[in-house]
Design a protein around this ligand. Structure first.
Ligand code: MSP
Length: 532
């Protein structure tokens, strides 16, 4: 069985989860669900980034011990992901004991290789970004352009990682698709951006702080602590047992890992490398350059793919607490329900590009796509099956069933391709095209006219369109899992969504999806009530 290891960034706990975090997490959830449907063994990782000056400052402001402060926000993340129906397999925290020891082991390895040295640092630090900014990166008046805060001067002796040694190798690995360690960076503009930057310069990076207590002590000098970004990146391997010498060490905490001892290898070797690191474009450099060089240094395989989605503004403004325009996922759930909230977020703009989330558009989009197109198709068809056949599913005899290969089959193939390319907004579009196709088919065939004479043809048309609805349910599952299940219930389907999905794959027995396994459809409550 193929495996699929996907990660989101681990989120800073200085903030409660907002729709920025939700956007990445829902996308990763949709991809995880899709890959499970394809029959892959999936490990979906998310979690929280809990060390560093920014979090310490926040904890102090609220008069709490940092760990206590983190615990509270972590609960908020976990409950939000539950509400958003996120099917993660493991939630890592950088304050986990197993993570802390993995960080130490990792850094010790680089240290032994002689790739860490001590030197004086003098730079300007943005505590919000948790990084040093160069003169070209800051505004002319010395502010962080992203957070508009004054940078803090840090002058201290720190440990440095010889990142500069990896410049040529990184350029080769990223640009040459035939390189055995090649990492795919998507979208291609992002890859070019990284290559452009790498060709300019690659300075060594400071990996420790002298005065910061809320961080992991360095294994080779406990007077210094690990720079929060170095600590954070290691989560992707500590979560899957990088530091475990035997599987038994993980049992109990990560049941998913125990499951795969059947692979006959240690869990870590089975899951690593990651198949996809899904991130926002703001943290691309850390993932493609710093993380890659760290892995090269300790001799671990490199992630296969890094996909950076765009950043969005809200009603054309940067989302920020000062502007008071931060949107929380629960607000969307309250207005539209969980599934529609997931759908609206991911379809708001092309996944790899920057975009704007105009909340006023959401109502219109909900009504147009979910209430009037997809929802209405189901409602009208079920009503007709009720009216003409007393809700029974009646297969036609001797008639040609609508051939999906010639009609909406191309949208199914387009959907599969989009999912492969992580074009989630496009995949959603493919589903909507099928719904539009279904509505047009009903309009064209006019069952209400057939009912007056041609009952055989009426059976055929209704059967065909019920199949279209079944296909819509299957393809909607990654994005709207509850809706998909509800549709299968309405259709009285005996087959699982996963089994139906396998038939839709190219090379699979695509035509078999045409069978309906239900007997009687249920009169349904409206799936997506129109919002006025
Ligand atoms: N802790 C680091 C990541 C470490 S990963 C080893 C971090 N955390 S964060 O809480 O700031 O989350 C950043 C991520 O949240 C972004 O990469 C992006 O995935 C998501 N987003 C936050 N705001 C967003 C938007 N306005 N638009 C799109 N994505 C956004 O950075």
């Amino acid at each position: 069985m193929d495996k699929f290891y996907i990660t989101t960034p681990i989120y800073y706990v200085n903030d409660i989860p907002h729709i920025g975090h939700t956007y990445t997490t829902v996308a990763a959830d949709a991809l995880s669900r899709w890959n499970r449907m394809l029959g892959k063994n999936v490990f979906f990782l998310t979690g929280t980034d809990e060390h560093g000056a920014k979090i310490l400052e926040k904890a102090n402001e609220s008069n709490k011990q940092p760990k206590e402060f983190c615990d509270e926000i972590v609960e908020k993340f976990k409950s939000t992901w539950k509400e958003m129906n996120i099917s993660y397999d493991y939630f890592i925290r950088t304050t986990d004991v197993a993570h802390e020891s993995a960080v130490k082991k990792f850094l010790q390895e680089i240290y032994i290789k002689g790739e860490i040295y001590k030197s004086k640092y003098d730079g300007l630090y943005c505590i919000q970004c948790e990084k040093f900014l160069t003169l070209t990166e800051m505004t002319p008046d010395g502010l962080c352009p992203e957070h508009q805060v004054k940078l803090v001067r840090h002058q201290e002796e720190n440990y440095f990682f010889r990142l500069s040694d990896y410049r040529e190798k990184l350029i080769e690995i990223i640009s040459n698709p035939n390189h055995p360690q090649h990492i795919e960076i998507f979208p291609v503009e992002r890859k070019n951006e990284i290559l452009g930057k790498l060709k300019l310069e690659l300075p060594d990076i400071s990996i420790s702080r002298a005065g910061l207590k809320w961080a992991i002590p360095l294994p080779f000098d406990n007077t210094q602590t690990t720079y929060v970004w170095i600590d954070a990146l290691i989560n992707y391997i500590s979560a899957i047992g990088y530091n475990s010498t035997s599987n038994s060490q993980l049992c109990g905490t990560q049941p998913k890992l125990r499951l795969d001892t059947s692979a006959g290898r240690y869990d870590f070797d089975y899951w690593w490398p990651a198949d996809v690191h899904l991130i926002g474009k703001d943290i691309l450099w850390f993932h493609t350059v710093i993380w890659t060089a760290m892995l090269l240094s300790v001799g671990l395989p490199l992630p296969k793919r890094i996909f950076a989605h765009g950043y969005f503004t809200v009603n054309s403004q940067k989302m920020s607490k000062t502007l008071g325009n931060v949107i929380l996922p629960e607000e969307l759930i309250k207005s539209f329900g969980v599934d529609a909230a997931r759908f609206l977020l991911l379809s708001a703009f092309p996944f790899g590009s920057d975009g704007d989330i105009n909340i006023n558009d959401f109502k219109e989009k909900y009504n147009a796509h979910l209430a009037n197109n997809l929802g209405n198709l189901i409602l009208r068809v079920i009503n007709m099956v009720g009216k003409y056949f007393d809700f029974k599913i009646v297969a036609p005899q001797q008639v040609k069933i609508l051939d999906p290969v010639k009609s909406y089959g191309r949208y199914i193939r387009e959907y599969i391709e989009n999912m492969k390319n992580i074009a989630v907004d496009q995949a959603i579009n493919s589903i909507l095209r099928i719904a539009t196709f279904g509505n047009q088919y009903v309009d064209r065939e006019a069952p209400w006219n057939l009912a007056r004479g041609d009952v055989e043809k009426l059976k055929e048309v209704l059967y065909n369109v019920l199949v279209v609805i079944k296909v819509i349910a299957v393809l909607s599952f990654p994005f709207m899992p509850q809706t998909a299940e509800k549709i299968f219930k309405i259709l009285d389907e005996k087959e699982t969504i996963k089994d139906a999905a396998l038939k839709l794959l190219p090379g699979g027995k695509q035509v078999e999806i045409l069978q309906l396994t239900g007997k009687v459809v249920s009169p349904q409550p409206v799936l997506f009530p129109k919002i006025v």
